[in-house]
Design a protein around this ligand. Structure first.
Ligand code: ADP
Length: 670
């Protein structure tokens, strides 16, 4: 086996690869950019070398530097992780030419499969069903319309060089074709420096299902079951699971064979993923093959008991696959949630900053692959994935409940994340029922809010916990005053119960808390629902608490603000509860409402990032909603739109400037 390898990546995947290396006694060499100098992957490695400035094009993507470091550090192989250079055939070739081993497929296979048109040709040859469409680049809109008429609208325009869903456009009718094709080409040129676009039928309400395969140098190919990755936002996966409720034993076998024969046809070795799309009737069609380890590989590891990075290392070293298809047994169910630095409440804008507190969930059947810890800096330069939480159960329901509970206890402060948003998906009744499609989020969510009213039982549990902790704090204050009270006046008689009113938005509940801090057994009535709660020995200002409610252990995240405000996060619901005594509650209707001020003669930057373009100059007339400045953050470009109609007075930024949330970009005269 290799004795030392270089990991040409960062974040959670670099850390994850290092874990397997440490277990196998392989030394690891990390590489990092200037802003990553103190990051977790650098600390986890045996050695670490600086690549260059923060921008990936000057650090993680500089092939020559990576190879130089690998050679001079005595590494025998390079693991590219995912993203960055993982699917770059030139890099794979250069690594091999430098006498090192690329832990991935041969460069030729990456080339063949990296182009979506070429890979569709290959798939057809291997007997794999492909999405109906024209296998070849389109010349112009007229030809595109003719093809679309043949295969039937709606159709999808796709860049051959695609990735990350970039450039794709759905076209529902002929009139939309020309503008859609033009913008698809524009985006493709920019993102991939290519202009080949092809057309396939747009499958409505599909599921995304992919097969994990492994191939060695000796012609052995196996598959390790499927992953369903239908829960996506803007073509980016958020939740993945294995197995899929939509895949029968027979279909698994058939998809597995298709995936393996495509790998054989392509002369593939190492880990690969063959992606399929499934229509509502259960027919599956090949989409593309990803020639690397996938972000979502841990769900496969949890149901198969295999370490996919270990298999990658063995195959790259030249060993034969240590198992045959018949040895692969899949047990139970695993689900993964991707935790990203983004603000779901503000249209999922990227979030940055320093993680000031960090407490990852622990527990049986819960795994956290994280690239961050307290003190980590989350910048604008790389993608927003911070960590993944993966949970296993004997069945889907158990895996899902374990994951929800893990996320209830995942506390990250300093940087806004999507923890509660993903939990909202996992607790949505349609998700629980397994009714998944790639349109799940747009169908069931409005922005970050589920279209359903919040679950009443969840809300009452949250109100019960908020009131209980408030009550316990009040009791402890009274306890501490007791000795003093004995001197200055009549003693405070302990009451058997205390009554409160909790208010969260439009929901307000009467709550009665009964019990005491010594036995830690409580009955909390919310309206006329009793909850029997057993608390641990708690401090009253904890940020996470695990307690038993009606016999079930549940976690809550809490934040106290002032004396009677408590923020509670539970099962994807995030609420602020105001807690009043009955007397205070009676007075609240006389309190004035706070006023909100607007700042609409200025355009404020909604997120941190780098200005990549300024589209106006002083004196220009603009209208409300017009994009005036383009800001790039975490590999995504977003236009910042004018808040008003008016004339540009001043442009406060220029191309290349770093900007932060709240910075004024442009001012107007109205
Ligand atoms: P990329 O390489 O850019 O990620 P993929 O071909 O893997 O592109 O597709 C990404 C996602 O786009 C899929 O998971 C699916 O949600 C959607 N998609 C792709 N092709 C189709 C299609 N023909 N019909 C409907 N949805 C599609």
């Amino acid at each position: 086996m290799f004795t030392k390898i270089l990991i040409a990546n960062r974040g959670e995947i670099a850390v994850r690869i290092m874990k397997t290396c440490a277990r196998l006694g392989i030394r690891t060499v990390a590489v990092y950019s200037e802003i990553d100098a103190r990051s977790l992957h650098v600390q986890c490695a045996d050695e670490a070398f600086l690549l260059g400035p923060a921008r990936a094009s000057e650090s993680y993507l500089v092939k020559e530097k990576l190879i130089d470091i690998a050679k001079s550090s005595g590494a025998q192989a390079v693991h590219p992780g995912y993203g960055f250079l993982s699917e770059n055939a030139d890099f794979a070739r250069m690594v091999a030419e430098a006498g090192l081993v690329f832990i991935g497929p041969p460069a030729e296979a990456i080339v063949k499969l990296g182009d979506k048109i070429a890979s569709k040709v290959l798939a057809e040859k291997a007997g794999v069903s492909v999405v109906p469409g024209r296998i070849g680049a389109v010349r112009d809109a007229d030809e595109a319309i003719a093809i679309a008429n043949e295969i039937g609208f709606p159709v999808l325009l796709k860049p051959a060089a695609g990735g990350g869903g970039k450039g794709m456009r759905i076209v529902f009718e002929p009139e939309q074709m020309a503008p859609a094709l033009q913008s698809c080409i524009q985006e493709t040129r920019k993102a991939f420096d290519d202009n080949q676009i092809f057309i396939e039928r747009y499958i409505e309400k599909p599921r995304h299902i992919e097969m994990q395969i492994f191939a060695d140098r000796y012609g052995n190919v196996v598959h390790i079951g499927e992953r369903e990755c239908s829960i996506q936002r803007r073509y980016q996966k958020i939740i993945e699971e294995s197995p899929s409720v939509a895949v029968s034993e027979e279909l698994r076998e058939r998809m597995g064979q298709m995936a393996c024969s495509l790998a054989r046809e392509a002369g593939y070795t190492n880990a690969g993923t063959v992606e399929f799309i499934m229509d509502p009737d259960g027919a599956v069609y090949f989409l593309e093959m990803n020639t690397r380890l996938q972000v979502e590989h841990p769900v496969t590891e949890m149901v198969s008991g295999l370490d996919l990075v270990e298999l990658q290392l063995k195959i790259a070293y030249g060993e034969p696959l240590p198992l045959q298809q018949a040895d692969i047994k899949l047990t139970g169910h695993a689900i993964e949630a991707r935790i990203c630095a983004e603000d779901p409440g503000r249209n999922f804008l990227p979030a940055t900053g320093m993680i000031t507190r960090y407490a990852a969930p622990r527990g049986r059947n819960a795994r956290v692959d994280s690239g961050v810890e307290a003190g980590s800096l989350v910048g604008v330069y790389y993608d927003s994935l911070l960590a993944k939480v993966i949970c296993w159960g004997t069945n889907r329901e158990e895996a899902c409940n374990t994951l929800v509970d893990a996320l209830n206890g995942y506390h990250i402060e300093g940087v806004t994340t999507n923890v509660d948003f993903v939990n909202r998906i996992l607790t949505h009744p349609e998700f629980v029922a397994g009714n998944l499609t790639t349109g799940f989020i747009s169908q069931h969510f409005e922005g970050d809010r589920a279209r359903l009213p919040a679950n009443d039982d969840c809300l009452r549990r949250m109100a019960a916990v908020a009131a209980l902790l408030y009550d316990a704090r009040q009791r402890s204050v009274r306890e501490s005053l007791k000795p003093m009270a004995a001197h200055v006046g009549p003693g405070i008689k302990p009451k058997i119960w205390n009554e409160y009113r909790t208010k969260s938005g439009d929901d307000s509940f009467p709550v009665r808390v009964q019990g005491n801090t010594e036995t830690r057994n409580w009955i909390v009535w919310v309206e006329d629902h009793p909850y029997q709660i057993v608390t641990p020995e708690f401090e009253f200002y904890r940020r996470r608490i695990r307690l038993s409610i009606n016999g079930r252990k549940q976690r809550f995240r809490l934040q106290f603000d002032g004396s009677h405000l408590t923020r509670v996060a539970f099962c994807g619901i995030l609420r602020e509860f105001e807690i009043y005594s009955p007397k205070e509650w009676a007075l609240t209707r006389f309190m004035p409402k706070p006023e909100t001020k607007s700042k609409d003669n200025a355009m404020v930057c909604p997120m941190p990032g780098l200005v990549v373009d300024v589209l106006v100059k002083p004196g220009d007339r603009v209208y409300k909603g017009q994009e005036l400045v383009i800001v790039e953050s975490m590999k995504m470009e977003s236009g910042v739109a004018s808040p008003c109609d008016g004339e540009v007075l001043n442009v406060m930024v220029e191309k290349g400037n770093p900007v932060d949330t709240g910075d004024i970009l442009i001012t107007f005269v109205k």
